[in-house]
Write a protein that binds this ligand. Sequence first.
Ligand code: ZN
Length: 127
Amino acid sequence: MKGYKMTINEVRRPPMTPVREEKEKENKAEKEKRLRSMAYDDEEVKPNVCRICGAILKYDGLGEYKCPDCNHSEYDSYGQVRKYLETHPGANIIQVEKGTGIPRSRITRMIAEERFKVSNGKVSFDE
Ligand SMILES: [Zn+2]
């Protein structure tokens, strides 16, 4: 292609400046806006009936729902990701998606909501 130039080197991160703090405030507002506009089919589906005995589940904290009759536990998306990370510390988003079957969009959403965090590509949660 005549006249075509690679532009990848032109894309550089902006230098760190004192306006960074302002920018971060902006980013936070942007993030909240983005969260509100995210697709609603990403909404959490909370388990409410025990699939073993049909009793109404009781929320037990950290995404876990316990059956008062047979003690069976069900987990919402948060609980499933958390449970997976407990046994697979250091997993990345793709591994979490594969391991839990929860769509990446919902995992990303939970990260945006700061229910999980990502550092060096590894998903984790606060104790
Ligand atoms: Zn039950």
